[in-house]
Write a protein that binds this ligand. Structure first.
Ligand code: SF4
Length: 383
């Protein structure tokens, strides 16, 4: 046996010893032995409050894949419109059509923002997301994407969630497959995982009754993967969901990944209630907080190990300090600099953009090496 393997085995024995008294020892041990976990395991992990053991295993699995490196991407968020007719109760960003605060960015405004951002921040990824605007047809997006690619060929477009794709297909009276294919031809590189929230229609009927169903989200993601567009997957927890619905959500993502291998990353993030209808209706008063963030990060790493490599720490809604802790609980990616973010900032949450230097410092503060990545998680520069 080579020395390296001995060291890994010895480490595992040590970790197993540390976990021995945990109520979830058997599941964690299976995970350390690279066995795939299922729904029942996920239920048990969620039921447990043994965040110490979850974090220890989440961090060990992260370390196996990425060692001492934590990545980030230099990106800008282009929230191209806040006009939306879907009225999600967890959203503070949207404005109805014709509202005095509603806006839609013109092609020139979009190009100017990208140009300034590349000049100042070396942007390599455009995160392009907005409301469900019934006045925007496919041509708007095709023109924007082809122009971005022509003017800034090195920049990737990570844009349009499954629910935006669905909206465009309704405006166009065309299939979502056709929309995806035309957008890919226009320059779309990959899709963000937004719009999943919790993939359970009972939850959706309360928090976003007009949004696409869980099965439609999964179908559009499958179509995207099949046409060569990779994507992220997200999970927004902390509204009205039960533990069982969280477990089912993770398993639905896991099953689709087994089929398509199209998810590049999983991003669990906690709901921020300020300025939302869920808050004003008295349904949700507080964000779900740091304990749950760390627990969800660890469970995501453990459940998706061997299937989805990248787990993002959620600095946007939980702040830098929690994102640092998330690395020690299984996350490997800090996400993006998010220059220009408007959706979460509408909730009045803490600063919603960072410079790359601040991210690099945050990673170094916790004794990791910082690396800039591209849209596809390929490392392009180390610090
Ligand atoms: S979350 Fe998206 S779809 Fe829902 S109201 Fe906000 S902008 Fe519209």
């Amino acid at each position: 046996m080579c020395n390296n393997r001995k060291v890994i085995l010895q480490k595992n024995i040590l970790i197993s010893d540390l976990l021995y008294n945990s109520d979830i020892f058997n599941i964690l041990n299976k995970s350390l032995n690279n066995e795939h976990l299922g729904l029942e395991d996920c239920r048990e992990l969620i039921k447990s409050d043994d965040i110490y053991s979850l974090g220890l295993v989440g961090n060990t699995l992260r370390n196996r894949l990425f060692g001492n490196t934590v990545t980030f991407v230099n990106n800008i968020i282009l929230n191209y419109t806040n006009v939306c007719i879907t009225y999600c109760k967890f959203c503070a960003f949207y404005r109805p059509p014709k509202h005095k605060e509603s806006y839609t960015l013109s092609l020139n405004e979009i190009i100017n923002r990208i140009s300034v951002s590349i000049e100042n921040f070396n942007t390599t990824q455009i995160l392009f997301q907005g409301g469900h605007n019934p006045n925007l047809g496919l041509e708007y997006f095709e023109e924007v994407f082809t122009t971005i690619k022509k003017k800034f060929p090195h920049v990737s477009i990570h844009g349009l969630s499954a629910s935006e794709i669905d909206m465009i297909s309704k405006v166009e009276r065309s299939s979502t497959k056709e929309v995806l294919s035309r957008l890919k031809d226009a320059g779309l590189d990959s899709l963000p995982g937004a719009g999943a929230e919790i993939l359970d229609d009972q939850v959706k009927s309360i928090i976003s009754p007009l949004k696409i169903s869980s099965s439609t989200w999964l179908r559009i993601m499958e179509e995207a993967h099949n046409c060569g567009l990779k994507s992220s997957a997200t999970m927004m927890y902390g509204t009205v969901e039960t533990d069982e619905q969280i477990a089912q959500h993770i398993i639905k993502i896991l099953k689709l990944q087994e089929k398509t291998n199209g998810f590049m990353a999983f991003i669990p993030w906690g709901f921020e209630p300020n300025n939302t209808q869920l808050y004003s209706d008295g349904i949700i008063r507080y964000p779900s907080g740091g304990f749950n963030l760390l627990k969800m990060i660890s469970i995501s790493r453990i459940m998706l190990f061997g299937l989805i490599d990248h787990i993002q720490s959620s600095w946007l809604t939980n702040g830098i300090g929690m994102a640092q802790l998330a690395i020690y609980h299984g996350a490997d990616d800090f996400g993006g600099t998010l220059i220009g973010e408007e959706v979460v900032s509408a909730t009045g949450a803490r600063s919603t953009e960072l410079t790359s230097n601040k991210i690099i410092d945050s990673i170094k503060q916790i004794d990791f090496s910082a690396a800039e990545r591209d849209n596809y998680y390929k490392i392009i520069k180390t610090y």
